[in-house]
Design a protein around this ligand. Sequence first.
Ligand SMILES: C[S@@+](CC[C@H](N)C(=O)[O-])C[C@H]1O[C@@H](n2cnc3c(N)ncnc32)[C@H](O)[C@@H]1O
Length: 249
Amino acid sequence: MIRHWKRHVMPIIETVRPRRIMEIGADWGWTTREALAWCRSNDARMDVVDPSPRPELHEELAKFDKSLYRYHALKSLQAIPQLLTPDVALIDGDHNWFTVYNELRLLESQARSMNRPAPVFVLHDVGWPYGRRDGYYAPKQIPRRYRRPNAQLGLERGNAGLLTEGGANRNIWNAKLEGGKRPPFFAGFRELTKDTRRLLSVCIERSISRVLPDGSSASTITCATMHSKLTRAPASSGTSCCEGTGIPS
Ligand SMILES: C[S@@+](CC[C@H](N)C(=O)[O-])C[C@H]1O[C@@H](n2cnc3c(N)ncnc32)[C@H](O)[C@@H]1O
C-alpha cells in the first residue's frame, strides 16, 4: 500500500479527516509510519493490527508517542470486535475471500450497531495478483470450505497457475489457480453491496469506477471526483478505495 500513499491513500485520509484509523497488515511499518505521522499532526489515533509483522514495525512505532496508537498482535478477525470502529480502515493483511469479506462485514456491522457510518475502506492488492486469486499466510486457519487448493509457490502476471521456480510472493500459500466461484476482493464487494445496499466506491490504480449497490459499475471518474463524492457521501454510506488493475468494470 505504501506506493499508493501519496497519490491515493493520503488524499483520501485528508478528505475524510478520520479521528481513528485502523491498519490491518503492517509488515515493515512503512504505511504505518506515514499514517501515524498524519495522526500526530491531526490529533487522530490509530490501531495497528498484524499477528506477525517484521521486527522493523516496532522500530517505526517507537518513533511515535504511545498515546497515538495501539498495536495488536492479533489476526484481523479476532481484533476487530475488540476495537473501536475506525473512520478509515487500511486493509492489507491476509488476501483471501474469507478474511477480507469478513473484515468488511465485521467493520460495517460494528459501525451500524453503533449507529455510525461505515468506515472508508482502503484496500490494497485487489488487482493482480490477489484480485482473482486467494493467498493465505496461514491456510490451516481458514475454514476448509473457504480454502482453495494452494501451495507455497510463486506467481507470474498472465499465468493462472503457479511457478515451480521463482515468481512473486513465494512466502505466501497461493491458490493453485486464479478465478473460481469467489475471487477474493471483487466478489466480496459485490456481496457486501448486496447485503448492505450501500454505495461503495472502488479506486483502482489507473482509474476509479463507482460500484453501484446492485453490483454493476459506473463510468470511470477521476480521483478528484471520487474525493468530492467521499465528502458528499451520505452519513450511512460505506465507501471503499482499492488499487489494482484486475477489477472488472
Ligand atoms: C502485504 S503485507 C502489509 C504491507 C503494509 N500494509 C505496507 O503498506 O507496507 C501483509 C501483512 O499482513 C499480515 N497479516 C497476515 N494475516 C493477517 C491477518 N489475518 N490479520 C492482520 N494481518 C495479517 C502479515 O503478517 C503481513 O505483515
